[in-house]
Write a protein that binds this ligand. Structure first.
Ligand code: ZN
Length: 220
């Protein structure tokens, strides 16, 4: 043996860690092949694990993988939270839009789509349009040359929501004046989409002005 066991034992840690020179490696391997004493020393060293570099690396890799998984899990739960939040925001926006569109009332324009008729003593309007509409009615009494006149002015309101969402060209009917509320005293029914404020106190002549802007749908 060219080198003493003590020199080889000094070299072995470097050999195990794979940080020795090629020459030292060769010397160590040659010695290990010839010396059973150093071989058992070497195998005791590698079985121990402390100085086994690969094992340390494995632990490191495991730790890295674990922390990566933790980050991934955290990221996933954040993604889920973001998805839930945006879904809720979308639902809220939808309801807000529905409320806004439902509150946006618009007078239905007369286009031969509305008619009025006397049905069993009651005055009834009939609309071809949205199924769910609102009707506002004004009963106006006016006097001219000692004669009393009773007019009904009505307007049908639709919402933007109906316009966008509900079925169109559906026939709906609403009673404008029931039989027991003096339908037989009404002289004429007008469809009027303009401003009705102060209509109750208008003179006969002022009413004629509104009538000229209205559509006569029924008269006695
Ligand atoms: Zn030896």
């Amino acid at each position: 043996m060219k080198y003493s066991c003590n020199i080889i034992k000094d070299l072995l840690p470097l050999y195990v860690d794979n940080v020795c020179s090629a020459e030292s490696r060769e010397i160590t391997e040659q010695h290990l092949a010839e010396c059973p004493d150093c071989r058992s020393y070497y195998s005791a060293m590698t079985e121990n694990g402390d100085t086994f570099p690969v094992l340390v690396d494995q632990n490191m890799e495991q730790k890295k993988a674990q922390s990566f998984l933790a980050v991934k899990r955290k990221f996933r739960s954040r993604q889920l939270l973001a998805a839930v939040v945006s879904a809720l925001a979308l639902i809220a926006a939808f309801f807000l839009a529905a409320i806004l569109l439902s509150s946006y009332k618009k007078a239905v324009v007369f286009d031969d789509n509305i008619s009025v008729s006397m049905v069993d003593g009651s005055l009834v309007e009939r609309l071809k349009g949205s199924a769910d509409v609102m009707v506002s009615i004004k009963r106006i009494e006016a006097e001219n040359n000692g004669k009393e006149y009773v007019y009904l002015f009505f307007c049908i309101y639709d919402t933007k929501w109906n316009e966008l969402v509900t079925r169109k060209n559906v026939f709906t009917e609403k009673v404008l004046c029931p039989k027991d509320r003096g339908a037989d005293t009404v002289d004429a029914v007008y469809y009027f989409t303009g401003d009705t404020t102060g209509m109750e106190n208008m003179s006969y002549d002022e009413l004629q002005e509104l009538i000229s802007q209205s559509v006569l749908l029924w008269s006695r």
